[in-house]
Write a protein that binds this ligand. Structure first.
Ligand SMILES: [Zn+2]
Length: 326
């Protein structure tokens, strides 16, 4: 086998992240790590600080009672709303006070596919400031980075340079293997919640759990077909009222599928996460897709998102996009 520079680089990467076992073992049961993005709240701009604290408390109470570990990923820009900074930081502290971990999701939530590498790197650094202090007060260090939109770079050079930058700053990249697009359900759910439309809320929850099941059916089989076993999966969720109100039902559903809940650190010990990954491209593609595309076998017949939810989402009045803060 030719020893290419890329192989060397991957070896270097894995030497800084937790080292995987040499051979993948068939796990005795399914395992999954929960990650929750866009903190302190996906809709931070449309919520008061008090509401964000209330939502966070409810979300974390369920996870804590169910003994489900989670890492939350922060966009620090969302902390800066006049008169509400304290409450927004309080919401982040709730994560750490309750034994959960926080990581960096960049300050502005810039896509690495859409801004220059240096602008993106600046956004990573700027996204660390408050979270690092909070972590230090809990004797923890910042160690995970989640790419906004899961965009890992528009070309391989950008991707590798960004990865080298992240490794240099002490980060492990937090991949995703399971994603049922709760970010699209959540604004519709939150709108129904605001208007007291409990019937629509229930319809949405039911659809969300069903669609999650469809995604898991697909990617569990896809995992086995691609790499011969189901790796410790990593689920992407977002900080929203849909999860705060219903994450218990999601946890129950996953337990019934045979999942135990593990830390992100534990999941990343799975050998799958050090497989070759040359994926470049557009948003939303998970790491199982990355590995498959790298091998020249892109996923086919992927689950179709429910059209009616998409239509409801598109029909919502959208707030004007906030200008980026440089
Ligand atoms: Zn995000």
């Amino acid at each position: 086998m030719k020893f290419r520079p890329i192989t060397l680089f991957l070896t270097f990467l894995s030497s800084l992240c937790p080292l995987p076992p040499l051979l993948a073992q068939n796990p005795p049961q399914r395992a999954i790590a929960i990650t929750i993005d866009d903190l302190p709240a996906a809709n931070a701009n449309g919520m008061t600080g008090t509401e964000i604290v209330e939502m966070t408390s409810k979300l974390l109470a369920t996870l804590r009672d169910q003994k489900v570990p989670a890492v939350g990923f922060v966009n620090e820009r969302k902390l800066y709303k006049q008169g509400e900074v304290d409450d927004r930081i309080k919401a982040l502290n709730l994560w750490l006070d309750n034994g959960f971990e926080l990581g960096n999701h960049t300050f502005n939530h810039f896509s690495l596919n859409k801004v220059t590498l240096s602008a993106w790197e600046d956004d990573v650094i700027r996204g660390e400031v408050v979270t690092r202090i909070l972590l230090a007060r809990h004797n923890m260090k910042m160690r995970y980075l989640r790419h906004p939109y899961l965009d890992t770079g528009r070309d391989l050079q950008t991707r590798r340079e960004a990865e080298a930058f992240l490794v240099d700053r002490g980060y492990c990249i937090a991949p995703v293997t399971m994603d049922a697009w709760d970010w699209m359900y959540a604004p519709v759910y939150e709108d129904a919640r605001k208007h007291g439309d409990t019937a629509l809320q229930q319809q949405l929850v039911s659809s969300y759990l069903t669609y999650t099941g469809v995604v898991f059916d697909y990617y569990e089989k896809f995992s086995k077909d691609l790499i011969g076993y189901e790796p410790k999966q990593i689920l992407l969720l977002h900080g929203n009222w849909l999860e705060a109100d219903h994450i218990g039902e999601l946890v129950d559903m996953l337990r019934k599928r045979g999942y135990k809940f593990v830390t992100l650190e534990d999941a990343l010990n799975d050998a799958a996460y050090s497989m070759p990954d040359d994926f470049i491209g557009e948003e939303g593609t998970n790491w199982l897709d990355h590995w498959a595309i790298t091998r020249g076998h892109p996923p086919l017949n992927t689950p179709v998102f429910p059209q009616w939810v998409n239509d409801r989402y598109m029909a919502l009045p959208k707030p004007p996009p906030e200008p980026p803060v440089f």
